[in-house]
Design a protein around this ligand. Structure first.
Ligand code: ATP
Ligand code: MG
Length: 501
């Protein structure tokens, strides 16, 4: 172990936030050892702006709680940690960890429970990369370096502590961290890692919970080097483990979206990781929608069902939270509305909460050479720049075109005769149950009611229209109601985009 002078490594207390200093000082005053550790120290040494600081101490979580009282909350099961609030910041404070006493590991060696407190040396050995294992005591002005980590920082080398194969087995997420740090810092991955990081190794990610993988995917999408990371995910066989139905190739659309995301982060703008999921899963969504169309499912239902299917399949890899799923489906749903808006809906669309995301997505598609947008990305881009008078004129001119085209398409393919054949398992089961309950005579009604609750298992905003339709056709049970669909004038401000809301 060597003790480095912090100032010689380019560190000074002026780079630290008042919150992390408060936490180090309070723990020290209470008689405990306390250090800044991990990414914060690494990034400061690299002259980067750390995204946060993590603290580590020899106080147990209960003792940390005693020091900070109501400002402290103990979280986690696998890793018990303290979250301490100071001002508007929250700092994660961990206790030095020893190797687990009893092997609480899965069959393949993955550590499942891990709350065995230890010494700083033991804590060091448990960390992932050499560059993440330096302990900085800002008041003493020293850095404890147990493995020549500072030299790895200078040489831009990414090395795991210990045996790479075993460290990946213990926690397969370290594979994702390897690629994330390699892309983020531009470091060279050490030969000892490259030797073991093959397809079989990557498959160990199947053992990791989809919730944890989603968290990691969020960190990947929002670290500002997504463009560099994407090829690594393919090269190291991680792509297939993370994204269920996405072909391992980087399309122009993905490339552009990654570039845009990184740029936004670099200029300090916020990003929504769900937007990049919408981009990644877009092709899979289109293919699925085509599948339903080819089976005669009407357009809106085909799209809704495709969205549900694709996200459901993706949940086997990363569980995207419900609100983010809704966002993704709304962005997808917005596409057809923005490409073929009814003239009378244009102003409402432009003011819709999801307009911005849907428009950004559309423009990115167009800029990536997707002709399916029919130039509407540029149209909307210009439209937003116009004064109110000019907007009215633009809508009038759009309307003339729209009416001409609409006449043509309705003459070509009359919309009202498109059949709805949405035979999902949910429908079939509901219809079967109703049949058993009421006898064969009422089955058509049951099938109809199942149709009303389909697509996402809940009644959605179009149900009132469905109900009306079923009443209209209640007298003639033999004709399928949807095949005689009526056009219903709807107030767009009441329309909710995306089928889940
Ligand atoms: P950043 O916050 O910039 O993503 P970081 O290195 O600070 O990078 P965190 O996830 O905040 O990453 O973790 C803090 C520290 O905890 C790491 O630097 C590392 O020492 C340790 N650590 C985190 N995850 C693991 C892991 N899976 N295995 C071993 N050590 C880990
Ligand atoms: Mg960190």
């Amino acid at each position: 172990m060597q003790t480095l002078r912090a100032s010689k490594c380019g560190l000074s207390t002026s780079q630290l936030s008042p919150a992390i200093l408060d936490i180090i000082d309070s723990l020290t005053k209470a008689g405990y050892d306390a250090y800044i550790v991990g990414g914060g120290v690494r990034d400061l040494m690299l002259g980067e702006h750390p995204k946060d600081f993590d603290a580590v101490t020899n106080a147990t979580p209960a003792q940390i709680k005693q020091v900070f009282g109501r400002r402290c909350r103990i979280i986690g099961r696998r890793f018990e940690l303290a979250h301490v609030h100071s001002g508007r910041e929250m700092i994660e404070v961990a206790t030095f960890r020893a190797p687990p006493k009893k092997a609480v590991t899965s069959a393949s060696g993955m550590i499942l429970r891990d709350n065995n407190w230890g010494t700083i040396e033991q804590d060091f050995a448990r960390r992932d990369f050499t560059i993440n294992s330096m302990y900085y005591q800002p008041r003493d002005g020293i850095v404890l370096d147990f493995c020549n980590a500072y030299s790895d920082i200078q040489q831009k080398k990414l090395k795991l502590l210990g045996d790479a194969r075993q460290r990946f087995e213990e926690d397969p997420v370290r594979m994702l961290r390897t690629l994330r740090f390699a892309a983020k810092l531009g470091f060279q991955i050490d030969q000892s890692i490259l030797k073991v990081f093959d397809e079989a190794c990557a498959q160990q990610l199947r053992e990791v919970s989809p919730h944890r993988l989603y968290d990691e995917s969020q960190k990947m999408f929002s670290m500002g080097r997504l463009e560099q990371l994407l090829p690594l995910l393919i090269k190291f066989h991680i792509w297939r483990q993370m994204f269920a139905d996405v072909k391992p190739e980087i399309t122009t659309f993905m490339q552009r979206a990654a570039f845009n995301t990184d740029q936004r982060i670099q200029i300090g703008k916020s990003i929504n990781p769900a937007f990049f999921y919408a981009v990644l899963l877009w092709e899979a969504y289109l293919e699925r929608a085509d599948f339903y169309r080819s089976r005669g499912v009407v357009e809106a239902e085909a799209r809704a069902q495709a969205g549900i299917d694709v996200l459901k399949r993706q949940a086997s890899r990363t569980i995207i939270p419900r609100f983010a799923e809704t966002f993704i489906r709304e962005v997808w749903e917005m596409q057809s509305r923005l490409i073929r808006p009814k003239p009378q809906h244009i102003m409402n669309l432009a003011g819709h909460a999801k307009f911005r995301a849907g428009f950004d997505f559309l423009l990115l598609r167009e800029q990536s050479g997707d002709t399916g947008t029919q130039g509407m990305g540029e149209w909307w881009e210009q439209f937003q720049e116009l004064s109110n008078d000019q907007k009215e004129k633009a809508i009038a001119s759009y309307k003339r075109n729209f009416n001409r085209q609409h006449k043509k398409t309705t003459a070509d393919e009359p919309e009202e005769f498109v059949p709805l054949v949405l035979e999902t398992e949910v429908n079939r089961r509901a219809a079967r149950r109703a049949k058993q309950r009421n006898g064969a005579s009422s089955a058509p009604q049951a099938e109809q009611s199942a149709n009303n609750t389909t697509q996402n298992g809940s009644r959605n905003s179009s149900n009132s229209a469905n109900d009306r339709r079923s009443n209209d056709f209640g007298t003639n049970q033999n004709s399928h109601p949807i095949t005689r669909r009526r056009r219903v004038q709807r107030d767009l401000s009441q329309v909710v985009f995306g089928p889940t809301q």
